[in-house]
Design a protein around this ligand. Structure first.
Ligand code: UD1
Length: 340
């Protein structure tokens, strides 16, 4: 019996595959390598001593997906496969809606036809927009996200809730705050394509000299140092939450519809300048920066109330910002040895 992990060679997917293998799950990865690299598969094997089954194809190819379900007894899915670049999603909305939603529906059709349950969906705190109060718990009002990317996450959640209600299935929506860092082995991490959008990859490329300066998007927010606040969660901690969520779904033998929703964050907000400072301290490097205008679409502040995950999954974030940023830097150095 196996767990299907779509996008299993991607950033959060690969870390989750490692945790699943460490917990003795059989893992089947489907990944089209559109935002990941084949060497990650070997690195997963190097870390765990186990090789997951890997199918390189685009999940829009229904017939290939059907064959995977025919070939294996799949008892659950963690669905990471999705496009995730916010700016690009505005330029190519149809590609985002098609890729992020059709692939989800294709998997759910297989689940429905074969009466499979246990589906975990990668959602995002972007579904809350600028929440009215901090920390954000799961009952906070959902707001229509500004980006097409964010809308695909919110729509994906709706598709899954309707699926669960109609077919009495068990699903779990995991709303990530800002994932950062890399595997302690330095063999897995984030691989941004082109100029990174997200803060930590940009900080790393500035520290290493690929970028001249970090642009800090705005210092006129209503926060202590004026820069925006986010909840940065270490990717290995995040990966472990998936295993806990899966175990909860799989040990729930009730035939009732189950819709679990969890915020995954540390519960602590850090400003952009605090992240820069923590990175510099953790790695004894300097990160030159300049203050720029606010970035369009950015919110002021978001951090999680992750107490529901602690109570119901027995999970909580364990890694400090500095520790996480140290792993990020080690990964950057590993990447340099690969390209040199
Ligand atoms: C972004 C996405 C969000 C997505 C998340 C995934 C936007 C508007 N939102 O969130 O939908 O779910 O990534 O991790 O892109 N910053 C700088 N300089 C930089 C980069 C970032 O100052 O070069 C600041 C941003 O203004 C923000 C903070 O750092 O205040 C974090 O930015 P980022 O890593 O892009 O994450 P989010 O914007 O929170």
């Amino acid at each position: 019996m196996a767990i299907l992990v779509t996008g299993g060679l991607g950033y959060i997917g690969s870390h989750t595959v490692v945790e699943l293998l460490n917990n003795n799950f059989e893992v089947i990865i489907v990944d089209d390598l559109s935002n990941s690299e084949k060497f990650i598969l070997n690195n997963i094997q190097e870390i765990t001593g186990k090789k997951p089954i890997f199918y390189p194809f685009d999940l829009r190819r229904k017939e290939l997906l059907h064959q995977v379900f025919d070939a294996h007894t799949i008892e659950g899915c963690i669905n990471f496969a999705a496009y995730k670049a916010v700016g690009e999603s505005q330029e190519k909305p149809l590609d985002y809606y098609e890729n992020n939603l059709f692939t989800l529906i294709n998997i759910l059709q297989e689940f429905k036809n074969r009466n499979i349950s246990n589906f975990i969906f990668s959602s995002s705190c972007t579904v809350y927009g600028q929440a009215d109060k901090m920390p954000i718990d799961e009952s906070a009002l959902l707001k229509t996200p500004e980006s097409v990317y964010g809308k695909t996450k919110q729509m994906g959640e709706e598709v899954l809730k309707d699926f669960a209600n109609a077919y009495h299935s068990k699903i779990c929506l995991l709303r990530y705050f800002n994932p950062i860092g890399a595997h302690p082995s330095s063999l897995l991490g984030e691989l941004p394509i082109g100029v990174p959008n997200n803060l930590v990859p940009y900080v790393m490329q500035t520290a290493t000299g690929i970028r001249e300066k970090l642009n800090v998007w705005g210092n006129d927010y209503n926060t202590e140092d004026g820069t925006a606040i986010r909840d940065y969660i270490y990717v290995v901690d995040l990966a472990k939450a998936h295993v806990a969520a899966l175990q909860k779904l799989m040990t729930n033998t009730s035939v009732e519809t189950t819709i679990d929703i969890f915020n995954l964050g540390t519960g602590k907000g850090s400003s952009v300048l605090e992240v820069v400072e923590a990175f510099e301290k953790a790695n004894s490097v300097s990160v030159p920066y300049q203050i720029c205008d606010r970035r369009e679409g950015d919110i002021e502040i978001a951090y999680a109330d992750a107490s529901k995950a602690e109570q119901e999954l027995g999970w909580k974030s364990e890694t400090t910002l500095q520790e996480a940023l140290k792993t990020a830097w080690n990964w950057q150095k590993y990447l340099e040895t690969k390209t040199n």
